[in-house]
Design a protein around this ligand. Sequence first.
Ligand code: MEV
Length: 428
Amino acid sequence: MTTTRIPGFYRLSTKERFDMVTKDRGLTEDEVIYLSGREALSMDLADSMIENVVGQIGIPVGIASNFKINGKDTFIPMATEEPSVVAAASNAAKATYENGGFFTSMSGTIMRGQIQVLDVADPFAARAKIFEHKNEILQHCNEKDPTLVSLGGGAKDLEVNIIPTTNHQMLVIHLIVDTKDAMGANAVNTMAESVTPIIESITGGRVLLRIISNLADLRLVRARAVFSAEAFGGKEIIENIVSAFEFADFDPYRAATHNKGIMNGISAVVLATGNDTRAVEAGAHAYASRSGLYKSLTKWEINADGDLAGSIELPMAVGIVGGATKTHPVAQASLKIMGIKSAEELAGCIAAAGLAQNAAALRALSAEGIQRGHMSLHARNLAVMAGAKKSEIDVIVAQAIVEKDLRYDRILEITKTIQRGEIVGSNK
Ligand code: MEV
């Protein structure tokens, strides 16, 4: 296994980085072409993915380095339009590497399908009757997906809730389905729709909604890592990080931004692997609110050695079979780069990316503030927009930072001065 601890990785050319992370990964010709950006997806493929297609939008895929996950060095592909995200995740991961990196686990690959039943005269009796027919209901669901069942998955159990609302008391049945390596929405929705006649005949009620729940609380991923005080800026900074976490954990205004930072990492890997970013985001935020107060998805503590221990827990409904994970060549390339063999393994990598992202954000916020790190990346983007050549970018960025001026006009002026072969000064 190649090490992901590559000093100066960010300084390599895109071609050098590409070769390094794809070497011996068995990428197909198409995967190489599309990941390298040499060609856009064919419009036919795009048109088969969504409706009314007129074009495409390119999002860069970066590779976060320094990640060791469950003892395995793993390059993390991240699709994002936001500067600093990949660099920040890589930097935070570096501070865990010597401590063994990230350790992850998963509660299972179980999703819930909800069936809403209205107009039930005797909901408590109906609830009891549903349980009497549990085996028949589960068997009916499993007949809809023999492949999933042959892989050890399928409908495993039922839960029945009676929900009082303003106008009705409704019965809500949860189909508990093990979707294995699939995200599972198709399997679960098909099962939930197919049992409608049985449920109506058992309860005497009217089935209305039949749909998966994105609050995938039976599909929780957990990750943890130790960031040594020394590698992470010292005792004072790690104590400040704990205080920053406590702020988020008790103030929803801060928690929203704190969790947004976590999702910078999570959604980037979810997108790079062709998974459903909105499903994961909805699950994460609903889970963060489960106590009634919207809280942090991570926890930060000082451990017995005086180092910073971080952990994260959230629902992670991602798959490696089906949908865009299978049809999109870049998604396939991402999975190969990570060497992923199961949905559980992918979920662990995503959680590690989220934890690293949060560590990096809290570190920057608790020390120098977020803007310093952002400045040079922002200046780079502006220099590219101003038409700077690759060889000119470093000088332009350095000048903009000395001047502490990141206005596009000034960067354009610096770029033009350099391109005329003149010396730039701070005579703005
Ligand atoms: C910016 O995209 C993310 C942060 O705001 C996260 C945070 O505040 O923790 C830096």
